[in-house]
Design a protein around this ligand. Structure first.
Ligand code: MG
Length: 462
């Protein structure tokens, strides 16, 4: 079994003394059903998580066909460890995170996010609603591998409660951030991709005053309309429906609705760094403060934030790093107004410290309704950048990093995550992939030719 291979891998890991996650990736553990991912593994995660939390744990799932089998295993593990389990049913990951922060000691979301239908997995949520960080995840993993878990005796096994109607609280929490009826008469098309946001995003926008048309709006783990990844190719029906209905824009979510991507009123897919910049600009214009994002994000964010005197703070790649950095800056007394990644995952600190696709859709609706412009003309006000991404397969990533470090030592280098090299008019980043055996290369400049040159230069070093 995959987890056993991973365990061997963990035992034989040389080179680096720092403990690393082996089962969990950037956002939870994922695998193919019947192969790496199965109820046995999920029950072990439930037992280990339950012995760490020892309290009331909420569980939720996305719409995948394997969701109920894995949720049952998670319930079983948690209950046997002595935790009370609150089943929230099918709901977006950010809805579970919001409800955990409000009511429970922890949470587990059965989801494989944007992965294809044959995948499933688990995201682990702390009592404050954030995803579990690396240190705690490593502790959780060592409990899973050790199998040294004490089960509760017959008097102390947990109780199961169904509180699936709580999804209404999440919807209300989002609309509470916007003026009543702020989007009156605006037409919007929502594509939840047969995922859990079918129960939330159309309702949120409707209550804000929008006229909402929904496609792929029924829970369906076979994903008949499109795959869980909201790629431009998968969103042709959304584009057609936007044009046919004269909508102001269309919004689509990934499989667990922590991300939101947009098509404009002409049906064109909008780059996620661009929509991030539009929302960051709106946040900075209302309330100056810091913007937090990973080192892999486009410079466009830095540029729009700087236009309002707002600094941009960089973190390692991954929404957990962004969310935790935002929290710790606020705890130090800083004002943080916005955060997120250039993949449609946006974090609104006045709402909660995780990516929230429903909140992102609502914020975009308010932004467009409140301006006298179309979404595409709002987008035209954002400076344009060219970012190139490549994958490099290598047996010796450390050797490659050393070469780049040597060749670029006279340049501005940042090692927050991988190696980030900055020239006056461009930057490049190389970093090992969090989940697969290759190195990612990013190169960006306002000038497309310059982005190409920078990419070619780094490739020539490798
Ligand atoms: Mg997701």
């Amino acid at each position: 079994m995959q987890q056993e291979n991973k365990q061997t891998e963990m035992m034989t890991m040389k080179n680096d003394n720092k403990p690393k996650k082996v089962l969990f990736g950037t956002n939870g553990v994922r695998g193919i059903i019947g192969e790496g991912m199965n109820p046995e593994l999920v029950m072990k995660i439930g037992l280990a998580l339950g012995s760490m939390i020892q309290g009331r744990v909420a569980i939720g799932r996305d719409t995948r066909t394997s969701g109920e089998a894995l949720a049952a295993a998670m319930r079983s593990g948690l209950l046997a460890s002595g935790c009370d389990v609150i089943d929230l049913g099918i709901l977006p990951t950010p809805a579970l995170q919001y409800l955990v922060r409000e009511h429970y000691d922890g949470g587990a979301m059965i989801t494989a996010s944007h992965n294809p239908p044959d995948y499933n997995g688990v995201k682990v949520i702390e009592g404050d609603g954030t995803e579990m960080d690396d240190t705690r995840t490593i502790a959780l993993e060592s409990l899973i591998f050790s199998e040294d878990i004490t089960m509760a005796d017959w008097k102390n096994v947990g109780k199961l409660t169904d509180e699936s109607d709580r999804i209404e609280e999440y919807i209300r929490a989002i609309i509470s951030h916007f003026p009543t009826d702020c989007c009156r008469n605006m037409i919007v098309v929502v594509d939840p991709g047969s995922g859990p946001a079918a129960a939330t995003t159309p309702e949120i926008l409707r209550r804000m005053g929008c006229t909402v048309h929904t496609i792929n709006g029924r829970f369906d783990g076979t994903f008949p309309g499109r795959l869980p990844e909201p790629s431009p190719e998968g969103l042709s029906l959304l584009s057609e429906t936007v044009i046919a209905t004269g909508a102001a824009f269309g919004v689509a979510h990934d499989g667990d609705a922590d991300r939101a991507v947009f098509v404009d009123e002409t049906g064109s897919f909008m780059n996620e760094n661009l929509t991030f910049a539009m929302l960051a600009r709106a946040a900075c214009a209302t309330h100056p403060g810091m913007v937090v994002t990973p080192v892999s994000t486009s410079d466009v964010i830095r540029e729009v934030a700087a236009g309002y005197g707002c600094p941009t703070i960089y973190t390692p790649v991954g929404s957990i790093s962004v969310a935790r950095t935002m929290l710790s800056l606020i705890q130090k007394g800083e004002t943080v107004v916005f955060g997120g990644e250039g993949n449609g995952g946006q974090i609104f600190p006045n709402h909660q410290f995780c990516r929230d696709g429903g909140m992102t859709a609502a914020a975009m609706a308010e932004l467009v309704a409140g301006s006298a412009q179309s979404i595409s003309s709002l987008a035209d006000e954002i400076p344009s950048y060219t970012m190139i991404k490549e994958k490099i397969y290598s047996d010796d990533p450390e050797g490659l990093f050393l070469k780049v470090r040597r060749a670029c030592q006279s340049l501005e280098i940042d090692e927050t995550d991988g190696i980030h090299i900055r020239w006056g008019d461009a930057w490049a980043l190389i970093r090992p992939s969090g989940t697969e055996p290759f190195i990612r290369l990013y190169a960006e400049s306002r000038d497309p030719k310059r982005a190409e040159e920078v990419k070619d230069y780094i490739l020539s070093l490798l």
